[in-house]
Design a protein around this ligand. Structure first.
Ligand SMILES: *Cc1c(COP(=O)(O)O)cnc(C)c1O
Length: 469
């Protein structure tokens, strides 16, 4: 046989095989594909069917069998896999078994039940900008601002999208074209490409850095003040610590210096700690009310760290300054929506009622005793053992990082359900890709489910997931 006829023969076999490929229409008639098309839209599923056929065509040479039913089955499996992949990318609830209480990649603070209910309610028409007693126009967020004043002792408050927005707004509305003095030790970067020097640049305020990375004295600030200066800014190093030969100027002396020179003092405290957490072993977070009491003109912080609310950023402090910021055109671009306000309102009401440590998940998680977690871990392992005696599980002491740009060098004693397996990465993937997804952490080749961050009403869900692995 000469080479040409071999080629011709192969070509005709290929053509014969290609005819076995299912058609798009044929695939769309398959029950499971039809169901997908109904659920998520015909045009998307048609596109997936087309891609499945393309993929089969490419894989043809390595496929032993070409009978039509097998090919249809393969194509349907590809379409279903794609649907599955889409599902896992959808934004949805996960079980956080990492032990990291404030996990930015997991959406930081889980909300209190009352805050979730408030969001559900506010998803309809609301009285967002209507005063229900007069029927006249009301100001969005006015009540939440008042609640902030009660909670922190501030004269006025403004709620924006996040703390980054708060910083940008303050700099731009109060200090554009003017100088703001800050310690070199406080030029922070926070995950998600927030770098303070870049925020200055974007705001038009001029960054005047003083001191050194590890030590800054009051005299450094004093020497840097000129007739160009508008404010002194202190920024809490939320996500790192400078230890050893280090010193920083507290807000009190900064305020005294600023007042003597008619400057504003701005304190970016970051996590929005509303009460002293040191009785729970958590130290070093500035408390909003104390910063205001020490005389800071404006205090900035996030709503989804230690406040335990939705993503938002607060500017609290002197009324004249807050009103000046409110009047800036950028404020309109950074305002929060009704869902955020609803959740924030419910969260602040819990704080004001004195129930924060019982009802706000972040604070509950941070203050759970190691013993309580240990008991839950024991119970979980016992129950799991009744269903899956073959699994190698035990209860193990661990240290939970706090995370989320708060309390960097502090960990909490905790307990985890430890799963011993040959391939921890595979098991972690199985846990992540099931329903609901479970996010463990891996330490020393062991898959750990740290129960500090698992809400106690999720324990049974967790058992279900583990029983299925
Ligand atoms: C977290 C943090 C920010 C950024 O807050 P977002 O609400 O995430 O924008 C800014 N400053 C400090 C000190 C922080 O800790």
């Amino acid at each position: 046989m000469n080479p040409t006829s071999t080629n011709r023969k192969t070509a005709s076999v290929d053509a014969e095989r290609l005819r076995q490929l299912p058609s798009v229409d044929g695939l769309l008639k398959q029950a499971s594909v039809l169901a997908l098309a109904k659920a998520i839209g015909r045009s998307r599923v048609t596109d997936w069917a087309r891609r499945a056929i393309d993929e089969l065509r490419e894989r043809f040479d390595s496929m032993p069998s070409v009978d039509r039913d097998t090919l249809v089955g393969e194509a349907v499996a590809l379409i279903e896999a794609r649907a599955q992949a889409e599902t896992s990318r959808r934004l949805r609830r996960v079980i956080n078994a990492t032990g990291v209480v404030l996990h930015t990649n997991l959406g930081r603070a889980p909300l209190a039940d009352a805050a979730m209910d408030a969001i559900h309610d506010a998803a309809r028409y609301t009285n967002l900008e209507i005063d229900l007693t007069t029927g006249r126009r009301g100001r969005r967020g006015a009540l939440v601002e008042e609640l902030w004043c009660e909670l922190t002792g501030a004269e006025a408050a403004l709620v924006v999208n996040n703390c980054a927005a708060a910083t940008l707004l303050v700099l731009q509305s109060l200090a554009a074209g003017r100088e703001v003095v800050i310690s070199r030790g406080q030029l922070i970067e926070i995950g998600g490409s927030y770098r303070l020097p870049d925020v200055f640049e974007a705001s038009g305020a001029v960054l005047r850095e003083v001191g050194t990375t590890n030590r800054t004295q009051l005299a450094d600030y004093e020497a840097a003040i000129s007739d160009q200066t508008t404010a002194l800014l202190r920024v809490h190093h939320s996500n790192y610590r400078i230890a050893g030969f280090a010193s920083d100027v507290p807000i009190g002396p900064l305020v005294t210096l600023a007042r003597g020179r008619e400057l504003i003092t701005v304190d970016d405290v970051g996590s929005g700690c509303l009460s002293d957490l040191s009785p729970y072993g958590l130290t070093g977070e500035p408390v909003v009310r104390e910063s205001l009491r020490d005389g800071a003109d404006l205090v900035l912080f996030s709503g989804d760290k230690l406040v335990g609310g939705p993503q938002s950023g607060m500017i609290v402090g002197r009324r004249d300054l807050v009103e000046q910021i409110r009047a800036h055109p950028l404020t309109r671009a950074m305002r929060v929506d009704k869902l955020t306000l609803a959740a924030l309102q419910a969260t602040l009401e819990i704080h004001l009622a004195g129930n924060a440590f019982e009802q706000i998940p972040v604070l509950r998680s941070l203050t759970l005793s190691a013993d309580a977690i240990n008991n839950r871990a024991d119970a979980l392992v016992t129950m799991l053992g009744e269903r899956r005696a073959d699994l190698k599980v035990n209860v193990q002491p661990v240290k939970s990082p706090i995370g989320g740009g708060s309390l960097p060098d502090q960990t909490l004693e905790s307990w985890a359900v430890a799963l011993n397996t040959e391939s921890p990465d595979r098991l972690a993937e199985t846990l992540r890709t099931g329903c609901p997804p479970v996010l463990p952490r891996i330490e020393n080749d062991t898959v750990l489910l740290d129960l500090r961050t698992v809400h106690s009403d999720e324990d049974s869900l967790l058992i279900e997931r583990l029983a299925q692995i």
